[in-house]
Ligand binder design. Structure first.
Ligand code: HEM
Length: 665
């Protein structure tokens, strides 16, 4: 067969700019959100997407002619965009026969550590250790070299791809091998007895391909299954050493590697990004003292205040056990019976309920945590990550439309922006409460359905998060990353928040199920800057040297083996009230009502925001049974008469409307 020499280049030039007015957001009520911005936004903005298809310049040497079409490749990051351009855009296409080079990365960026491009029919992957990231500290060890491949370099600072030697076949071309490394002779024709004959068990490559394919999926996350991730760094911009002794916060200008993941909660891994749902906001800080996982959401509160209700909450929002459909009855039945959810419900149905992509939302630790300084003085803190891109949201109509056109809308927006060097960033701030204030504060400071007033506890700047590198492999990095709120470093500790306490168990347990008992050996989960020295051994997928020949028990009689360090306390000593064991709601929860903060939120909204919130609620709840609607309206009425009556009015109008019902947004 004659070699195919030309590369065809298809260019979709998509440009259209529709300015859509989105209601002004009055969430700058200090009780709720700090930085409300951007009443107007442009959607969708002008974009250019390139699809490059290349074919091999020479046929495989000894193999019989391929029976499949010549291999086509797409430039990194452009595939889905090119094949599925956003609707309402004017798309033109052009093609040329030149052997064009198409770069899929931003070339003017000094931070970019991994980029890939096609030159002719060659895939060129470049990686550089970023100038902005400090070299690994002295404690960096050879055992971490494996993990470093994910960080774009090895212990010498060289990029992994530069070091990677390609194994070549007899023709000098890169060799395709079986999983065990034997040369593959032919990947198009299974081994048969004669031309028309049956297949043979001797065809290891065929059996291996089919068997491995059957095992490609791991269980998806039980919640937050749909997500996008990126690498980046955190830089300290303000001195907070008076508050926290964590070494990565020790001085202004200090930088720490991070990996972030943003997600929706209740949909499956293929679900629409524009669902009306809270968004996950998880950041893994690879610090010299081990990883700190900040696993938060884009809202400062949550639906429940005790972790024991979490599985029920999620069951009610996922699929019906019989119909396997989203179920408005389960959704509103649960919420109307659990009025502590009202604060989160109002936020979810407000204009902030569907962010316009992951870049345009804030992140919150949501829970109260404890920061301890080097003198042992502690404060309660709440984490806020304020988007530097500005808040932008989608209306119900936009969300539903985009869900059909481009379910990966936010995933794509994040990837494309990082790819073109438009790195998203967030400013990290904390609210700080002296320990002694907690018992006196007018709200229970550990109740996850409540915020702390910004007037009482103003925001204090800590640093900046910047995301400047896309994952190289989605499964290896974004799917296998496992965040756990239990992973904290000295200086950061838990609070008595009952939801947080439940979460301290849930995540490592979920990771053991999802990625296996040795999930912390997976490179994306390893900290390359803090060597693991443990007596834990064995188990499925032990892929490190498993402690070699060293003893696997402690205490032992050997001097050079790991031992606990009493001088690095993992917890700031604190006093807990003793009492009789039982199942009690904390005193403050009994005393205070569930409506005060939602009422302040509702009354602080502009008329336009109120109208949209009501419309979103009515559109969603109309699918539920009458008695459930009535119960939820009673909950709204306890919050504010106008909220309840407006929802009732909107429901009357919805009943007459021919609009189809959807629970997507
Ligand atoms: C008791 C309450 C909760 C429980 C039991 C719980 C449990 C879980 C579980 C099992 C996962 C999947 C983890 C995995 O497979 O790797 C998960 C993911 C997640 N949860 Fe929770 N969750 C709770 C509350 C919350 C709250 C209050 C927040 C935010 C403030 C939150 C934020 C997240 C995020 C962001 C993820 C995705 C992490 C990632 O990107 O991989 N969860 N949760």
């Amino acid at each position: 067969m004659a070699p195919v020499a030309a590369a065809a280049s298809l260019v979709f030039s998509c440009s259209s700019s529709t300015t859509v007015s989105v209601s002004s957001l009055l969430f700058n009520n200090p009780l709720h959100f700090a930085n409300s911005t951007s009443p107007l936004f442009s959607y969708p903005s002008s974009q250019m997407h390139t699809l490059v298809v290349t074919a091999p310049t020479s046929a495989a040497p000894a193999a019989p002619p391929p029976t499949t079409k010549a291999i086509s490749r797409l430039s990194v990051g452009d595939t889905r965009l090119a094949t599925n351009p956003p609707r309402n855009l004017n798309c033109t296409s052009s093609s040329s026969n030149s052997s064009a080079s198409s770069s899929s990365s931003s070339s003017n960026s000094s931070n970019l550590r991994s980029s890939s491009s096609f030159t002719g029919n060659k895939l060129v992957v470049k990686s550089t250790f970023p100038a902005t990231i400090a070299a690994p500290p002295a404690g960096f060890v050879a055992g971490c070299v494996r993990a470093m491949s994910l960080f774009g370099g090895d212990s010498n600072g060289k990029s992994s791809s530069q070091n990677e030697e390609i194994r070549r076949g007899s023709s000098g071309e890169p060799l395709y091998t079986t999983l065990a490394g034997h040369p593959v002779t032919d990947d198009n024709n299974s081994l048969t007895v004669g031309e028309g004959g049956t297949l043979l068990f001797e065809d290891l490559h065929l059996l291996e391909k089919l068997a491995h394919f059957n095992r490609e999926r791991v269980p998806e996350r039980v919640v937050h299954a749909k997500g996008a991730g990126a690498h980046g760094y955190f830089e300290v911009t303000k001195d907070v050493s008076d508050l926290c002794k964590a070494k990565f916060l020790s001085e202004v200008g200090k930088k720490t590697e991070v990996f972030g993941r943003w997600s929706t909660v209740t949909g499956e891994s293929g679900y629409a990004d524009t669902a009306r749902d809270p968004r996950g906001f998880s950041i893994k800080f690879y610090t010299e003292e081990g990883n700190w996982d900040m696993v938060g959401n884009n809202t400062p509160v949550f639906f429940i205040r005790d972790g024991i209700k979490f599985p029920d909450l999620i069951h009610s929002q996922k699929r019906n056990p019989q119909t396997h459909m989203k179920d408005p009855n389960a959704f509103w039945d649960f919420l109307s019976l659990v009025p502590e959810s009202l604060h989160q419900v109002l936020i979810t149905f407000s204009p902030r309920g569907v962010p316009d992509g992951h870049r345009h939302m804030h992140g919150y630790g949501s829970h109260t945590y404890k920061w301890v300084n080097s003198e042992g003085k502690a404060h309660w803190v709440k984490f806020h990550f304020l988007t530097d891109q500005g808040i932008k949201n989608l209306t119900h109509e936009q969300s539903v439309e985009i869900a059909g056109i481009n379910p990966d809308y936010s995933t794509e927006d994040l990837f494309q922006n990082i790819q073109k060097g438009n790195y998203p960033s967030w400013t990290f701030k904390v609210q700080v409460m002296p320990l002694e204030d907690a018992p006196k504060y007018r709200f229970d400071p550990f109740d996850l359905t409540k915020v702390w007033s910004h007037k009482d506890y103003p925001l204090r700047e800590v640093g900046k998060l910047v995301f400047n590198r896309n994952p190289t492999n989605y499964f290896a990095e974004v799917e296998q990353v496992a965040f756990s709120p239990a992973h904290m470093v000295a200086g950061i500790e838990a609070s008595p928040d009952r939801v947080l306490q439940s979460r301290l168990f849930a995540y490592d347990d979920a990771a053991r199920y999802r990625a296996g008992g040795n999930y912390l050996q997976i490179p994306i989960n390893q900290c390359p800057f803090a060597k693991v020295q443990t007596y834990a051994r064995d188990g499925f997928m032990t892929v490190n040297n498993n402690g070699g020949s060293k003893p696997n028990y402690y205490p032992n009689s050997f001097e050079d083996l790991p031992r606990p360090d009493p001088h690095t306390p993992d917890v700031h000593p604190y006093k807990l009230e003793g009492g009789v064991v039982g199942r009690y709601p904390p005193r403050k929860w009994v005393e205070q009502d569930d409506y005060e903060q939602p009422r302040a939120l509702w009354q602080g909204m502009s008329a336009e925001d109120q109208e949209m919130t009501v419309k979103n609620i009515a559109g969603h709840i109309q699918g539920a049974k009458e008695f459930i609607i009535k119960r939820q309206i009673a909950v709204f009425r306890k919050c504010d008469e106008s909220l309840a009556s407006k929802v009732e009015e909107a429901l009357d109008m919805k009943k007459k409307s021919p609009e189809p019902y959807t629970m997507v947004a």
